[in-house]
Design a protein around this ligand. Structure first.
Ligand code: FES
Length: 125
């Protein structure tokens, strides 16, 4: 029922962990199941230099977190904001319909981390 890519990212997730001195942190909870995802970013020259995640959630949530960090790394902030729940699910060759809500966390947490970074920059200015 899961694609090979989902199984790969679930069994062998990329970019797991925390960035202690992160420039932005995004935390999102899934209202459907209560699972939580946290994304940490480091920004340099308006690009995502480093990105890591911690997800307390199901296999599909872990696979989408892993995929979103791979998609976002190296992108400019505006490019990263264009990553959507849909593009993450597509990059994983789809998710079973009852697991689509799990993909909501990944892009939302990434966007929240970028918003957090931008708010901190504005506060500094
Ligand atoms: Fe909670 Fe998938 S069941 S994120």
């Amino acid at each position: 029922m899961y694609s090979e890519k989902v199984m790969d990212h679930f069994s062998n997730p990329r970019n797991v962990g925390e960035i202690p001195d992160a420039d932005g942190v995004g935390t999102v909870g899934n209202p459907v199941c209560g699972d939580v995802m946290k994304i940490f970013i480091k920004v340099e020259d308006n690009r995502l230099k480093d990105i890591k995640f911690k997800t307390f959630g199901c296999g599909a949530a872990i696979a989408t977190s892993s995929m979103v960090t791979e998609m976002a790394r190296g992108k400019t902030l505006d490019e990263a904001l264009e990553i959507s729940n849909k593009t993450v699910a597509e990059a994983l060759d789809g998710l079973p319909p009852q697991k689509m809500h799990c993909s909501n966390l990944a892009a939302d947490a990434l966007h929240a981390a970028i918003d957090d970074y931008r708010q901190k920059q504005t506060a500094k200015a």
